[in-house]
Design a protein around this ligand. Structure first.
Ligand code: FE2
Length: 475
């Protein structure tokens, strides 16, 4: 019996039927392997797929996703172009499911895109493109459980010896971390990184597991010892440097944190992409909360945000961080104008769950207003704005570590508005999760002192100082 081979069909490296010649599919696989490592050459590889392999459906899907995953409005045009090209091509069922997910995402239906990729992965669990993009979508919509579970559902289908399995474990580590399984996240992440030292996402998962447990010295040592693997030569450097800077804030090493900001997070040569600038905003805001002078950095950052944020609301997590930069730069009127634009967008856009409009209304606009209130010293308003929604902050995206600036803003305003019992409770909540938190212990000391409990205030201050000394010695 002869075996009939379908024309223009081949298996990709995951063993899934893929439309196109073996050579073209191999070029897609090679491009995806670059993306798994956040290698800068992925941009050129995608351009090659868009032109040389324009009739390759999975190639057009890859190009569309690569534009969407930046969350930047200017990249939407490229995503739409690739999505249209993909729509026009003959596709198999899996590729058609990718097209449906991409069209939902391009259309601003972020949750629908994530769910479509969930469904795709039920049928084709080893589709690593669907897995990675679904993972990123879970991150963008703050779905911490699915960050864990989407990968968990697929992982058993991967051969342990497959070259991509380690990277899938790196994704699983991040999902475990965001779901609160910190020890397991560390173990799975370290194993992934041992297998692929350039798995910068896996490195990042381990870094988060230290951050959430207040293991600052471990985090500093982990990152410094592996700096050659993550510190340069990939598209994820700024974020991992940002994490190192967070550790250094806990250690009171503000000059080093600012040096990292200048060299690695944001400077005149930065690409000006939102995913990097939001970390810049968040780092400066933490410094503001600690009353550290940040010089003219906010002004430069706010100008960079202005070049990036367009009139077309797309991902309010970015808009919020632009508001932070504008407030930090003292440009409160411009921040208000940005918020008013978001409010008009909320009012004028039909209500649809799982969209940027829904998240902007529920979280994005209120938290942006709170930052303006903080800047104007209206601390009662900050508390009134943030306290009722603090349990749903995650819906507007990012990680627990990224959103922590909101919890810190709330705590600081609770202190400054004299709501000391609330402030005390918020700090106790933090310290119950990471009892080494220098930030938490110093705040606890401040609150206790204001409450007249001098002896306990001194004890908290001594604990903070001792932890800070230990973290300061780490390298
Ligand atoms: Fe992170």
């Amino acid at each position: 019996m002869s075996v009939i081979t379908l024309p223009n069909a081949t298996l990709d490296t995951n063993g899934n039927d893929t439309s196109g010649s073996a050579e073209a599919v191999a070029r897609f696989d090679a491009a995806f392997d670059l993306l798994l490592r956040y290698h800068p050459d992925v941009v050129g590889a995608a351009e090659g797929l868009a032109t040389t392999d324009a009739s390759l459906p999975i190639g057009q899907a890859f190009v569309a996703y690569l534009s969407l995953m930046t969350t930047d409005v200017p990249d939407l045009a490229g995503a739409r172009e690739a999505a249209a090209a993909l729509d026009a091509l003959p596709k198999n069922e899996r590729e058609a499911a990718h097209a449906a997910a991409i069209n939902a995402w391009v259309d601003g239906r972020w949750h629908a895109a994530a769910r479509t990729l969930d469904d795709l992965l039920v049928r084709w669990p080893t589709d690593t493109l669907a897995l990675l993009m679904g993972h990123l979508l879970d991150f963008f919509v703050g779905d911490s459980q699915n960050l864990r579970d989407r990968v968990g559902r697929s992982l058993p289908s991967f051969d342990p010896g497959h070259p991509r399995t380690g990277f899938v474990r790196g994704m699983h580590a991040f999902g475990l971390e965001e779901s609160g399984h910190y020890e397991r996240a560390e173990a799975v992440g370290v194993e992934a990184v041992e297998r692929n030292p350039n798995d910068v996402w896996g490195i990042h998962a381990v870094v988060h597991s230290y951050e959430m447990r207040g293991l600052v010295d471990d985090g500093i040592r982990f990152l410094r010892s592996r700096e050659a693997d993550w510190g340069s030569g990939n598209l994820f450097t700024a974020h991992n440097w940002w994490h190192l800077a967070l550790y250094l804030l806990e250690a009171g090493r503000y000059d080093e944190a600012l040096a990292i900001y200048d060299a690695e997070v944001h400077n005149d040569a930065s690409a000006g992409v939102s995913l990097e600038m939001l970390d810049a905003s968040a780092l400066l805001w933490r410094l503001t909360l600690d009353e550290v002078d940040t010089g003219d950095r906010y002004a430069k950052l706010a100008a960079a945000w202005e070049r990036q944020v367009s009139e077309e609301p797309w991902y309010v997590f970015n808009d919020f961080h632009a508001v932070v930069a504008l407030c930090g730069a003292g440009r409160v009127a411009d921040a208000r104008a940005m918020i008013e634009r978001l409010e008009r967008y909320v009012a004028d856009t039909p209500v649809q769950p799982g969209t940027n409009r829904a998240v902007a209304a529920e979280v994005g606009v209120p938290v942006s207003r709170a930052v303006v209130a903080y800047t104007e010293g209206r601390h009662d308003d900050v508390v009134a704005g943030l306290l009722p929604i603090r349990r749903v902050f995650q819906r507007f995206g990012g990680s627990h570590a990224q959103r922590d600036l909101l919890q810190r803003t709330l705590t600081e305003s609770a202190i400054r508005s004299g709501q000391l019992d609330l402030a005390h409770a918020l700090v106790d909540e933090r310290l119950s999760q990471r009892d080494t938190s220098v930030y938490g212990l110093f705040r606890r000391s401040r609150i206790l002192s204001a409450q007249g409990q001098d002896e306990r205030a001194v004890a908290a201050w001594k604990a903070a100082t001792a932890n800070r000394a230990r973290f300061s010695a780490a390298s």
